[in-house]
Design a protein around this ligand. Structure first.
Ligand code: SF4
Length: 86
């Protein structure tokens, strides 16, 4: 599960978030580019290629798309405040 205490500072406010890759525990995005190429309307990359949420999904279709990115994230770095499986 993505650690809600390690959110990337660029996440836009809301349920969905990506975790900070530079935290001391080594958790977080590894810049694999899955989410921001799979759902570029909702995820973006920072200067280091690490992901953050730029827009919160609202419709069922948008949420499903973001959930797919969460399911494919290799390091479980995408969360939605405990509702997503990752
Ligand atoms: S899918 Fe996960 S590891 Fe890959 S860029 Fe997105 S948050 Fe980072």
């Amino acid at each position: 599960m993505a650690n809600p205490k390690k959110k990337h500072t660029l996440n836009i406010a809301g349920k969905w978030y990506c975790t900070d890759p530079d935290d001391e525990d080594g958790e977080g995005c590894i810049a694999c580019n899955v989410c921001y190429t799979g759902a570029p309307d909702f995820f973006a990359e920072d200067d280091y290629g690490n992901a953050y949420v730029k827009k919160q999904p609202t419709t069922p279709e948008e949420i499903e798309l973001c959930q797919e990115q969460s399911d494919m994230c290799p390091v479980c770095s995408i969360g939605d405040n405990g509702i997503a499986s990752n």
